[in-house]
Design a protein. Structure first.
Lengths: 572, 259
């Protein structure tokens, strides 16, 4: 069997993917091994794991593909900062360090683990890697649209590019639009993330959640003075930002002068306070502008090409609220945003690029879960920490009953998910009807902010009963890629999983093999169609990867029930 | 793992930095212990490492909570954000390996013993240096300004703080005793002393290398100046343009290029 490896590293969430023959068989994030969220070092442990599991050698690996062009990436930012070397001193300094620490050494790092011949090391353009990730999920689509695909890639910056639009026709890919650093919608949004006191790359979800509580009072000002789409180009006024000068702070003094000082830690604790309202209004304004720009650009590209089969990828595509607005554009026939549109998922696209280089065609499908990719620790002390709850074989029924009595259940079952969302195999679940239980799970156990609701999970057949949706984008709900509007009765009966703006990031379950499917079947029989599904991890930690992680997380969260490979256990 | 942190620092910023560094140090220890638990073949050791890891996670939460209290009414500053990825950049965890894969079990235990005793010394010093009293003072100051109700609540919080802190010191003592005893049992007297000295020295050097902003800054400054001087004559050619429309090449030759 021949293998192609895809690697994403050195920016955010390093990861590795593997194609065996013509199928994706593995996708691993380095953070799963290191237990450090967002690990961005070379994914040595993941690659080592794959090497041992698949016996990877120079004989069976045909290509190992890095997700960007390191020199292009480095030179574009360096050349930009060198135009004003002393004003952009800090950026220059950080760029120079990358010469001996980043992607330039990719080949060296790979060969340390798998001694491959140099001609097997390939480099895929960053935005092409993202684009080729987004088309891997066609097998889940209901509507095929046309053969032609229009792919939008939007992120902070990658290979010096910030926004690209590609046209794909069978095995041909061409770019029809590109914007270069510093004209970045992604960095525009991460600036407000930074300003509002959240970590860039992780806090964008929080800004999005917060935006629903505010009014976009600054939208006109932002569009007039800070960023806009003019003459078919993104036009950004850099005097409001520092991301082009300082790697440690994104907003400028001018930004602070206009929007006020950064918030204090206590500002977001009281939803009725003036300070909370101020933050929510700013978040809402930036969210509005982001949506406005993306909508304008999407409509322009559809008009220009006539293609209505739309794909979105890149970090900004994780903004499910903005994606939902785009998906609802009337002209669009089919809309897809992959489960992992960020840099981690780009490892899949990089491998896909390598596949095309070797076999002159693309891989068009990938599983949502990758089987048996969790690592058992060397010692098996599982039963020292957990005891069997019930020796009878009716665990699913038992769990369904426990859920409806207000218990929270941890699930660890078979393969793990690709994206940042737990889709049932590494999940914490509870009954959506019991508001107090959901609130306990959300705020006390997981330590999430009070303005972020949890996500509901529902069988496909019940979707239309509770939510408004359209078949052209419904497949994205299999991996929580979009938000949909809840119906009135849902808002009344399931308050805990509906956001203040009436939206909900619902997960739809279709695959009968999933344990979540079996559980929902049981709870439906007992009178409840909706459960809550959130990732199985403690605040700011990666999703669990093996039973030891399960135990450690359960101790921290004080949870006692674990549904482990279809059997129910109690933590000792 | 635990680095040498200067607890004599007394300005507000330095105290905040100390709480942040303690959080990183405890978090890093927790991660190293969890890795050790997963990698060892010995069931009892594995369980011991997990318990140790859980203690360290608990301590991380404690210091982060302290940091939150300390900064409750201040404006956000990026310098004080806790981001777990920074454990690499700050030198708490080596990006190339976890300690358990690098050292023998005896060396690893010795390393822990050295680090834990350093941590214990630091925490004890902090207690003596009235860091806690400072927080209490600040809490009192807030209480005077705010309502009586809030006053009582915060008072209770500061009492909890001291109790929790004493628990933490007990945990650290336990970790030092366990790892030191293990090392003494399994190492010759000379080797024990040698390792003790070696890890103390490594800690000091690591601290000097990754934490010392002056040295780092100076090296960066020199290298950056050299590169800028070399590239500066090309400045006029650096204003790069990119053709908007192009066909993406999947040729074998081009895909091997970094450019």
């Amino acid at each position: 069997m021949k293998y192609i490896i895809g690697v994403s590293a050195f920016y955010y969430e390093s990861s590795v993917s593997l194609i065996e023959g013509d199928k994706f068989v593995e996708f691993l994030k380095e953070e799963s091994f290191t237990r450090i969220k967002g690990t961005n070092v070379f994914p040595k442990l993941s690659l080592q794991f794959l090497k041992e599991k698949y016996n990877l050698t120079d004989n069976n690996v045909v290509a190992c593909v890095f997700y960007e062009k390191p020199f292009l990436s480095w030179s574009r930012l360096t050349f930009f900062s060198m135009q004003k070397p002393f004003k952009r001193w800090k950026i220059n300094s950080s760029q120079f360090k990358k010469i001996w620490a980043g992607g330039f050494l990719f080949s060296y790092f790979v060969k340390q683990i798998i001694p491959l011949k140099t001609n097997k090391i390939l480099y895929s353009p960053h935005h092409v890697s993202h684009a080729l990730t987004s088309t891997l999920y066609d097998n889940y689509k209901k509507t095929n649209g046309s053969d032609s695909k229009l792919i939008f890639v939007v992120d902070g910056v990658g290979d010096g590019e910030t926004f690209s639009i590609f046209k794909m026709n069978k095995s041909n890919l061409s770019r029809i639009y590109v914007d270069l650093f510093p004209n970045s919608i992604g960095l525009f949004y991460s600036t407000v993330t930074d300003y509002l006191g959240f970590n860039i790359n992780e806090g964008e979800f929080k800004v999005m959640g917060l935006s629903a509580y505010g009014k976009p009072v600054h939208k006109d000002f932002i569009l007039e003075n800070i960023i806009n789409w003019k003459n078919n180009k993104i036009d950004i006024n850099l005097s409001w930002f520092d991301f082009d000068k300082n790697p440690e702070r994104s907003y400028s003094q001018k930004f602070l002068n206009y929007f006020g000082n950064t918030r204090s830690k206590s500002d977001l604790t009281n939803l009725l306070s003036v300070d909370f309202r101020k933050c929510a209004d700013i978040a809402s304004s930036f969210q509005f502008v982001l949506e406005y720009l993306l909508l304008e650009i999407t409509k322009w590209a559809i008009y220009k090409t006539g293609i209505k089969n739309i794909y979105f990828s890149g970090g900004v595509s994780q903004n499910s609220l903005a994606m939902s607005k785009i998906a609802n554009i009337n002209e669009i026939q089919s809309f897809t945003v992959p489960p992992s549109p960020g840099d981690a998922g780009a490892a899949l696209g990089a491998a896909n690029f390598g596949y095309h280089v070797i076999y002159k065609q693309f891989v068009n499908s990938t599983p949502l879960f990758f089987s048996n990719n969790f690592k058992f620790p060397k010692t098996n002390i599982f039963l020292d920490y957990f005891e069997s709850f019930d020796k009878l074989n009716n665990n699913i029924k038992k769990v369904a009953k426990l859920l409806l009595t207000g218990e929270i259940i941890c699930i660890f079952d078979s393969g793990s998910e690709t994206g940042p969302r737990s889709l049932g195999n590494r999940s914490l679940i509870c009954d959506a009807k019991q508001t107090s239980v959901v609130e306990t799970l959300n705020y006390k156990i997981k330590g999430r902010e009070s303005y972020r609701p949890l996500a509901p999970v529902i069988l496909k057949k019940h979707l239309k009963k509770y939510f408004n949706s359209d078949t052209k984008y419904e497949h994205n709900l299999l991996w929580m890629g979009l938000t949909v509007k809840a119906k009135k009765e849902t808002i009344l009966n399931f308050k805990s999983c509906v956001h203040i703006d009436g939206s909900s990031r619902v997960q739809v379950v279709l695959d009968q093999n999933l344990i979540l499917y079996q559980l929902l079947q049981e709870t439906t029989k007992l009178g409840n169609d909706i459960l809550i599904n959130t990732s199985f991890n403690f605040s700011d930690e990666p999703i669990v990867f093996d039973y030891m992680d399960c135990y450690v997380s359960m101790v921290k969260m004080q949870l006692k029930y674990l549904l482990y490979n279809e059997k129910l256990y109690l933590r000792k | 793992m635990f680095k040498n942190i200067d607890v004599r620092k007394s300005t507000h910023e330095q105290k905040t930095r100390t709480f942040l560094d303690f959080s990183y140090a405890e978090f890093s220890s927790a991660i190293e212990m969890l890795q050790a638990a997963k990698l060892t073949n010995n069931k009892n050791l594995s369980k011991g490492f997990i318990d140790h890891s859980l203690d360290e996670f608990k301590h991380t939460s404690f210091f982060l909570k302290s940091l939150d209290t300390f900064l409750a009414n201040e404006h956000y500053n990026n310098k004080y954000k806790f981001d777990t990825k920074f454990v690499y950049k700050l030198g708490f965890i080596n990006s190339n390996y976890f300690l358990f894969t690098r050292y023998t079990l005896e060396e690893f235990s010795m390393f822990i013993a050295v680090n834990e005793s350093q941590a214990l010394k630091l925490f004890t010093k902090i207690k003596k240096l009235n860091f806690i009293k400072d927080i209490k003072d600040q809490v009192f100051l807030d209480k005077i300004i705010s309502e009586e109700k809030e006053h009582l609540l915060l008072m209770k919080k500061s009492e909890n703080f001291i109790n929790e802190y004493n628990d933490l010191l007990k945990d650290e003592k336990k970790h030092v005793t366990l790892s030191t005893n293990f090392s003494k049992r399994n190492l010759t007297k000379f080797y024990y002393k040698f390792l003790n000295f070696k890890f103390l020295l490594i800690n000091k050097l690591r601290h000097l290398f990754s934490k010392n902003k002056k040295i780092n800054g100076l090296i960066n400054y020199i290298i950056s100046i050299i590169i800028i001087i070399l590239i500066y004559p090309l400045k006029r050619y650096l204003n790069e343009t990119e053709e908007t429309e192009k066909v993406i090449s999947f040729s074998n030759r081009k895909s091997k290029l970094m450019l």
